[in-house]
Design a protein around this ligand. Structure first.
Ligand SMILES: [Zn+2]
Length: 443
């Protein structure tokens, strides 16, 4: 019994998930690597890979079925991979034959799928007496490696594929304490709550602006395997009501295949500047042209905003630009200055240190970590002093950042496609709201 189709063929049709979802997979099963698109196609490929195992009944893995058929005397040992574990060490720990390990490693499919172990990965070994008769390892949400000792005492390996289904669900909630808590109540995974905050990051500062009784509605995908939810997929549409103000976003995949979030009118949610260069912090001192300086004790304009945060908290570039200055500047201590389009410069002072790999002239992306909070220069405690300077004039960053230029809208040539794609999503948001409204009236 030999397999003809290498697993790389199966895995070739996969595309990696976005960063947030990778985290999710890693957190949920410790092994999530790939989830694909084009589910129907993958089923076919998977069937080829199943090859000799095709005779087994549906919904049950080949090895499991074979092992069940082989009857009693079988032990199952589950191993969660520890830090710095190798397969050799695990085999030694379980007192399994290293000759068997060598045989398994000689199989292309198994070697590729077993080479890189990560802490938290799950391996299941099947033994009869002292003898290893099989092992399995989930490779991703939809793929599992099976190794089995066959009738002629040879190991064979295959990658089993159980395609994931996508289900669109609508949910919603009201903030009582945190966004994460409200998301949990609404059945969302934590990554999806964080993703929701990312969708609106140009309009709502979820650290500073969140209010009790803020509410959200969300249309998103759940990924199912065998009818069971194994991960959350993309957010498709979202509404966030912050302090009485309503924000809406719909996901649109453009003609080039790139996905982004827009208002229902097709305006990009992206802005030239983030709401805040800090992710989690509080404003300890606002822009004030006549402020008594806390250290010098004289009246001196405070031409920026102070964000109090522990030393070492990452500071993000408020917008894309070019690093213009990185060094010490009097009372500001360690300073970074970034030049942006439109003759705007942003300045970040009192940093404890700079992010590595940055030099004068470096290109900086919006949101990129450029340094870390500190209290170098004249400062009474660790904080970021942040300035927004346009054509040499200091502007209150809290006001300036709200006015940032939006990203490019949906082009006119794609408006038809945009409406077609987003109309059902908006209908879903609206339906949820009428349902909530009706429930409120009924109460
Ligand atoms: Zn300041």
């Amino acid at each position: 019994m030999a397999l003809t189709s290498p697993p790389s063929k199966v895995r070739g049709s996969m595309v990696p998930l976005r960063g947030m979802q990778l985290l999710c997979c890693a957190a949920v099963v410790g092994v999530g690597v790939h989830v694909g698109v084009g589910l129907g196609h993958r089923t076919d490929t998977a069937r080829v890979a199943m090859g000799a195992f095709e005779a087994t009944h549906q919904g049950e893995s080949a090895v499991d079925a074979a092992l069940q058929a082989a009857g009693a005397g079988l032990s199952e040992i589950s191993v969660v991979v520890r830090r710095n574990d190798t397969l050799d060490q695990i085999f030694r720990r379980l007192e399994l034959s290293l000759a068997d390990l060598a045989d398994i490693r000689a199989l292309d499919a198994a070697r590729q799928a077993l080479d890189r172990l990560r802490p938290g990965d799950l391996l299941t070994f099947f033994t009869r007496g002292e003898q290893l008769v099989g092992l399995k390892r989930p490779l991703s949400l939809s793929q599992t490696l099976h190794v089995e000792r066959n009738d002629t005492d040879q190991f064979v390996a295959n990658v089993e594929e159980v395609p994931l289904q996508r289900k669109v669900v609508t949910t919603g909630g009201t903030i009582e304490s945190t966004l994460i808590a409200a998301g949990n109540m609404a059945g969302m995974r934590e990554v999806t709550s964080l993703e929701l905050a990312e969708v609106f990051r140009w309009d709502v500062d979820f650290a500073l602006d969140l209010r009790v009784d803020d509410s959200f509605t969300l249309v998103y995908e759940q990924l199912l395997r065998d009818g069971e939810v194994v991960a959350d997929g993309n957010i498709l549409a979202a509404e966030f009501i912050n302090d009485g103000k309503r924000y809406r976003a719909v996901r649109y995949v453009n003609a080039a295949g790139k996905a982004d979030f827009y208002t229902p009118a097709g305006v990009s949610l992206r802005k030239a500047f983030l709401k805040s260069p800090m992710q989690l912090s509080r404003i300890s001192s606002v822009f004030n042209p006549r402020r008594k300086h806390p250290v010098l004790n004289t009246i001196r304009a405070h031409r920026g905003v102070d964000y109090a945060a522990p030393t070492g908290t990452p500071v993000r570039a408020a917008g894309a630009g070019r690093l213009e200055f990185r060094g010490v500047k009097g009372g500001f201590g360690n300073v970074i200055e970034i030049a942006h389009a439109g003759k705007v410069v942003t300045r970040y002072g009192h940093l404890s240190r700079f992010a590595s790999g940055l030099a004068t002239g470096s290109r900086v992306e919006q949101g990129q970590v450029i340094g870390y909070v500190g209290m170098t220069g004249l400062a009474t405690g660790p904080h970021l002093h942040f300035e927004y300077i346009k054509r040499g004039v200091f502007i209150d960053p809290q006001k300036a950042m709200r006015r940032g230029e939006p990203g490019p809208p949906v082009p006119a040539s794609e408006r038809g496609a945009f409406d077609l794609q987003t109309a059902p999503l908006l209908a879903e948001l609206n339906a949820r709201q009428s349902a909530t409204g009706a429930a409120l009236v009924a109460r």
